[in-house]
Write a protein that binds this ligand. Structure first.
Ligand code: S3P
Length: 177
């Protein structure tokens, strides 16, 4: 299964927990890209975003083709590449962790490992969210609104992971979620 959503939506931290619940390996797609290419995401972006997107698409294709089921946290921009959207829609159970820009801005640290957020964090998140929301919806088999879980729960990541793992189990049992 693949988790998609904006930077800061919790794909990696929730994904790790989902993988434990399902007893499957967890793969963070950005870490996988760095391991396979020997270059940090920031170095790829220094060559221009298209270079990064090409490498990202190759990693996604490899992960989706792997025979062993895993839990993949995709990079937030995985959906901007049309081939990735087609591959996700056709070849994976995809859950969108949906969160508004205002929620995300409070969770991403400035000058982090995310080159797209070097300047104007709030404005960039708002722009990217507007550009991508339709694409996330297009590839997703299920959507979970993240902010309400954070509001109502003292352990939101645990609860989000429970919900995602449940969706995967139902999907695989052929029960419509
Ligand atoms: C990006 C998200 C990042 C990483 C890169 C670009 C994006 O992944 O792939 O910095 O375009 O939204 P996370 O969503 O895991 O931070």
């Amino acid at each position: 299964m693949v988790l998609v959503g904006m930077m800061g939506s919790g794909k990696s931290s929730v994904g790790r927990r989902v993988a434990r619940r399902l007893e499957r390996p967890f793969v963070d797609a950005d870490e996988e890209l760095e391991a396979r290419t020997g270059r940090p995401v920031r170095d790829w972006f220094a060559d221009g975003e298209p270079a990064f997107r090409t490498a990202e698409a190759e990693v996604l294709a490899a992960l989706l083709a792997a025979p062993q089921p895993s839990v993949v946290a995709a990079g937030g921009g995985v959906v901007v590449t049309e081939a990735n959207r087609r591959a996700l829609a056709a070849g994976a159970f995809v859950v969108w962790l949906d969160a508004e820009p205002a929620f995300l801005a409070g969770r991403v640290r400035r000058r982090s490992h995310r080159p797209l957020l070097d300047d104007d964090v709030e404005g960039t998140l708002a722009r990217l969210h507007a550009e991508r929301a339709g694409w996330y919806r297009e590839v997703a088999d299920a959507v979970i609104a993240v902010a309400p879980v954070h509001q109502r729960s003292s352990r939101p990541k645990r609860d989000l992971a429970d919900e995602v793992a449940d969706l995967v189990r139902r999907h695989e049992a052929g029960v419509s979620a």
